[in-house]
Design a protein around this ligand. Structure first.
Ligand SMILES: [Zn+2]
Ligand SMILES: [Zn+2]
Length: 235
């Protein structure tokens, strides 16, 4: 019996939580980001900024194409480990942990911030080659849970697709990344929603979601929010 008991992904202690991934202590100690960070980019605001400013100086000067970015946590080593297990170590069941954390975060945002829930949800698509190699789209598994947990319709898979198989962004210069992201996404049929949320796993430079927003705004969506599992704090 003891052998069958699940163990915490982070500290390896045996656990008997309803969520069989993290022990309660590790779950409590995840690097959650405060709701008071910038509404648009989820990064900390400058120390001298007046408290009532909801946006950081950068987002006030140059607002991103999305309205609000909601993220569970900072992309620390623990979080990187969990997400890498999820994406690259064939542990797709971790979608249950991430959707649990994200839906809890969204619920807090509604209660504390009067956050208006979107009309529909959509995942950042993977290119079909990458998806068939991995066997699943990590954002799509999370978005399917969220649509049930939050009772928000899902935009059908295949409506929003990735037509270019872009290289990993990290090793490239800003200009290479921009060129790389041109015409990456395509909308294949009408989306009947005005306000949507795009679900992504990790937001780093924001170039992928920027390109996704440009395509969706051009297709007639009026407001886009980004929901992601983790955010890197330094670009
Ligand atoms: Zn633990
Ligand atoms: Zn900002």
């Amino acid at each position: 019996m003891a052998l069958l008991q699940p163990r915490c992904y982070l500290c390896d202690m045996p656990i008997d939580n309803p969520q069989p991934f993290l022990c309660l202590l590790c779950q409590q100690e995840l690097p959650y980001l405060p709701l008071s960070y910038c509404l648009s980019c989820a990064l900390p605001k400058a120390k001298h900024q007046p408290h009532q400013h909801q946006h950081c100086n950068e987002c006030q000067q140059q607002p991103p194409p999305w309205q609000q970015l909601i993220t569970c946590m900072s992309y620390t080593l623990e979080c990187q480990y969990l997400i890498k297990q999820y994406k690259f170590a064939q542990q797709p069941q971790l979608h249950l942990l991430f959707s649990h954390l994200l839906s809890r975060r969204i619920a807090n945002q509604v209660i504390q911030d009067n956050y208006p829930l979107p009309d529909a949800l959509i995942a950042i698509p993977l290119h079909k080659k990458r998806q068939s190699k991995r066997g699943y789209n990590q954002a799509q598994l999370v978005v399917k849970d969220l649509t049930t947990q939050l009772h928000i319709p899902l935009i059908a898979e295949g409506t929003f697709i990735r037509t270019k198989n872009t290289k990993a962004q990290a090793q490239q210069t800003a200009n290479q990344r921009k060129n790389n992201m041109r015409d990456v996404f395509q909308v294949t049929q009408t989306i009947n929603a005005k306000h949507i949320a795009i679900i992504d796993d990790v937001v780093t430079t924001g170039e992928t979601i920027q390109a996704a927003c440009q395509t969706l705004l051009a297709a007639g969506i009026e407001r886009i929010d980004i929901w992601c599992i983790a955010r890197t704090l330094a670009d």
